[in-house]
Design a protein around this ligand. Structure first.
Ligand SMILES: C[S@@+](CC[C@H](N)C(=O)[O-])C[C@H]1O[C@@H](n2cnc3c(N)ncnc32)[C@H](O)[C@@H]1O
Length: 319
């Protein structure tokens, strides 16, 4: 496209936002209300850690003010300075005009209350596995626990690690475990490496570049966790602009979404200890997986915001 016509196409694609005069908005609440109105008007998609416009607006306002999202309520009625107002309005406008996920605008996302650095080299973390580690792998022999003693877990593998968020949560959850984390994307591993260093986990968490298990030799793990690419061709064609800002490699699971999952199920038995198991996220593909692997007794797990999007299978049942 010629320079001039490219510029005019960009101008056409950018929604016009009315200017906000100083003093129009006063408190944190006012800015959240303003943001929600703009987000609704622009019909944004919310699928990146926050699932509705209010939570997304509160997240951006808090980030602009260097507050943890949990501190929003405490300061909701506090007044915002003129300089802070400018930053907040700038972020709201960027979110609407670029359609980038909020996390990319502030290079941060919280998972299970912990902050992680993110940018466009990685998908914005939103896996249900973080919650499941807490609810089903708590140890202490509690009912429903899939691994009896979190302290006894010695080796964990996070396949398709992206930003490294799940590997880091696993390292916290299994305090005695050595964690390996694999991704095929060099760019994603640069982000993961930054997060691992941020949490000072270099001694216990090793990043590997490779295609699924290829770089791991014959290593075996007590637990394999994975949030692989699992979007099918139809889903890929319908991704909202927010998701198109993320790496395609993080979503694309082939025609039926199962390309990577099939390979994980095929090769996991060679990398699990006899008492181990695989915890794998698959999104809305449950029916397809059950049809493709009728012989596997997959245990489908629920979380606060999902039903049957993650399965667990013990090594003994994988054959
Ligand atoms: C859905 S993202 C998950 C990232 C992270 N675990 C999370 O939950 O936020 C999938 C990741 O798998 C990586 N990936 C895709 N194909 C892969 C393969 N064959 N081997 C290893 N990693 C792969 C992508 O680069 C991407 O970072």
């Amino acid at each position: 496209m010629a320079k001039a016509s490219k510029k005019s196409a960009q101008r056409r694609a950018t929604p016009k936002l009315a200017k906000v005069a100083a003093g129009d908005l006063v408190t944190l609440f006012d800015f959240v209300r303003y943001a929600v109105s703009r987000f609704n008007e622009a019909e944004l998609a919310f699928a990146h850690g926050t699932t509705d416009p209010v939570a997304e607006a509160a997240f951006l306002v808090c980030e602009a003010l260097h507050l943890h999202p949990d501190q929003f309520e405490m300061f909701a009625n506090a007044r915002v300075s003129a300089a802070e107002a400018k930053t907040i309005i700038g972020l709201i406008h960027q979110r609407v005009t670029t359609r980038k996920p909020a996390a990319y605008l502030v290079n941060k996302i919280y998972m299970r209350g912990l902050p992680f650095y993110v940018d466009e080299r990685v998908i914005v973390p939103r896996s249900f596995i973080g919650e499941l580690l807490e609810s089903h792998f708590g140890g202490d022999g509690e009912a429903g626990s899939l691994i009896d003693d979190a302290g006894a877990v010695e080796r964990v593998l996070d396949l398709c690690t992206g930003s490294g968020c799940l590997a880091i949560l696993a390292a916290h959850h299994f305090p005695n475990a050595l964690v390996d984390a694999v991704d095929i994307s060099k760019a994603a591993l640069e982000v993961a490496s930054r997060n691992v260093a941020e949490y000072g986990l270099e001694d216990r968490l090793t990043l590997h570049r490779g295609d699924l298990f290829a770089s791991l030799g014959e290593a075996r793990y007590d637990l394999i966790i994975s949030n692989p690419p699992y979007v099918d061709a139809e889903g890929m064609a319908a991704l909202p602009p927010e998701c198109r800002a993320e790496p395609k490699l993080a979503f694309d699971g082939g025609a039926d979404g199962l390309d990577v999952v099939r390979r994980i199920l095929r090769d996991a038995p060679d990398h699990l200890t006899p008492e181990g198991g695989l915890l794998c996220e698959i999104g809305r593909g449950r029916e397809r997986i059950d049809e493709a692997f009728p012989e596997l007794p997959l245990l489908w797990l629920d979380t606060e915001d999902s039903e049957g999007e993650v399965f667990w299978i013990a090594a003994a049942d994988l054959g």
